[in-house]
Design a protein around this ligand. Structure first.
Ligand SMILES: *Cc1c(COP(=O)(O)O)cnc(C)c1O
Length: 458
């Protein structure tokens, strides 16, 4: 018999199993939620979101104060952005990072002041840049020489007397992280950023070229250098290496031009728990280690510490959310080694969580509407889409009596779940329902078939 009590990681902070065997999140019974909202649904624990945002901000503020540095924490909106969560992040003292005009529109609709918004993206359109300047964004992170020119043109188009655009240059340090270890290479074969590596024939690195180009233009104000080394990072060492590399570049630029860039952004990517037993990256520890690395590098280079910024997305919203599904069918399948795997098909799938199919991400699931039998079976949770790769959870032990009509929850789906959702098979996207103190509030409503048909002009 399942004992009552908190579910613990990887579930939302307030998730607990009642003595009747059903799960509550923030005091809301998932069975009531399923009746009121339908399934599938993303269920987001608001207090957990706010607490994680606050914990990250205070950890970085505390660690940076130790080295005399100011710091800004940006919520990376691409992980999941809605008007309400942008507001929560801002209320908790964070700024908001956007990567497209669409994300910018959400942050502005939320009332986040332009000065507290950053605009990313490796190929921003003229219109996205113009809208960012109209909004007075705090920074535009440029990702190529083409974009340097594009931002200059956008400022000129605003006429004489236009404010210079505040820009950062995104660089690649050769540090890649994501998973347990980081790797370091000289040349990077990917689309983001400008390399700090010197070309084989000598001369300036692409990063140095872009930084000096920015300084040549009165239409631009160089805030600093930006580095984002990866995602779902569990080993803090990569951040320290990247920080040193960026600070060396900042010092080299100052030696060359006399301009000491005031800011350095070290990106996001802090890892979370997806499975029971996973150990998330400790925010206090990462903040202290990165601050210490910045302090040591600046001391060695003889430069003052910059204002720092960080951009966590997943670490704020990922753990706060579970996806609630209804089991449609169960099917025992005998696999090669003679074992039986129970295929548990739910009413969603790759349209609401593409990450397992996209990059083999692993998730955890549990029966949440009742305790289920103490005896368990090896199960695979699959979706309803016409694709054999439509797997939500590759392998999980579920109660042996799991059956059609049961509610199943998948943990830690808050980041890159709804934000990457699609309408594959013309499946309407699920709602995002916030729970707090026993109450529910729909943040993003469920799409309907009429919504989808409205796009079809016949
Ligand atoms: C994706 C991204 C982030 C957020 O990454 P998380 O893994 O969600 O923390 C931050 N900064 C940049 C530039 C990104 O591309």
């Amino acid at each position: 018999m399942t004992t009552a009590g908190p579910l613990g990681l990887p579930w939302p902070a307030s998730a607990e199993r009642g003595t009747d065997g059903a799960v509550r999140v923030a005091g809301v019974d998932v069975r009531d939620l399923a009746v009121a909202q339908g399934t599938p649904a993303y269920v987001l624990d608001e207090a957990d979101f706010r607490a994680r945002a606050r914990a990250l901000r205070t950890a970085f503020e505390g660690a940076c104060a130790q080295i005399g540095a100011e710091v800004d924490v940006y919520y990376a909106g691409k992980a999941f952005l809605s008007v309400a969560v942008a507001r929560w992040a801002h209320e908790e003292g964070l700024r908001v990072d956007t990567a497209t005009g669409g994300e910018l529109a959400v942050a502005l609709r939320a009332g986040v002041p332009g000065a507290d918004i950053g605009l990313h993206g490796n190929t921003k359109s003229d219109s996205e840049i113009a809208r960012a300047l109209d909004a007075g964004v705090g920074r535009i992170i440029v990702d190529s020489l083409v974009e340097v020119d594009r931002v200059v043109a956008a400022v000129r188009a605003r006429g004489a007397g236009a404010e210079p655009a505040p820009v950062m240059v995104r660089v690649t340090t050769g540090v890649h992280a994501g998973g347990h270890e980081y790797i370091s290479t000289a040349h990077e074969d990917q689309k983001f950023g400008l390399s700090v590596a010197t070309p084989a024939g000598g001369g300036d690195s692409p990063a140095m070229t872009a930084l000096t180009r920015v300084l040549e233009h009165p239409e631009l104000r160089l805030l600093g250098i930006h580095s984002h080394i990866g995602s779902q990072i569990l080993d803090p060492a990569g951040f320290a290496v990247a920080a040193r590399t960026v600070l060396e570049l900042r010092a080299a630029l100052a030696a060359r031009t006399g301009y000491l860039a005031p800011e350095v952004d070290l990106g996001g990517g802090f890892g979370i728990a997806y499975l029971p037993g996973d150990v998330p990256l400790d925010v206090e520890r990462i903040a202290k280690e990165v601050a210490a690395a910045v302090d040591a590098a600046c001391a060695a280079l003889g430069t003052p510490v910059p204002r720092l910024s960080f951009e966590p997305g997943r670490a704020i919203v990922g753990p706060t959310t579970l996806t609630l599904y209804t089991v449609g069918t169960v099917k025992p399948v005998t696999i090669d080694d003679g074992r039986v795997r129970l295929y548990v098909a739910v009413d969603g799938g790759m349209s609401d969580n593409i990450r397992p199919a996209l990059y083999g991400a692993h998730y955890h699931a549990a029966l949440v509407s009742r305790p289920g039998s103490p005896e368990t079976v090896l199960a695979r949770v699959v979706g309803k889409h016409c694709e054999s790769g439509d797997v939500v959870v590759h392998e999980v032990q579920l109660p042996a009596d799991v059956a059609a009509g049961d509610l199943l929850a998948v943990a830690a789906t808050g980041a890159y779940g709804r934000s990457m959702a699609s309408n594959y098979n013309h499946v309407p996207r699920p709602p995002v329902v916030a729970v707090r103190d026993g109450a529910t509030r729909v943040l993003v409503r469920r799409e309907t078939e009429d919504d989808l048909l409205a796009l079809d002009l016949g």
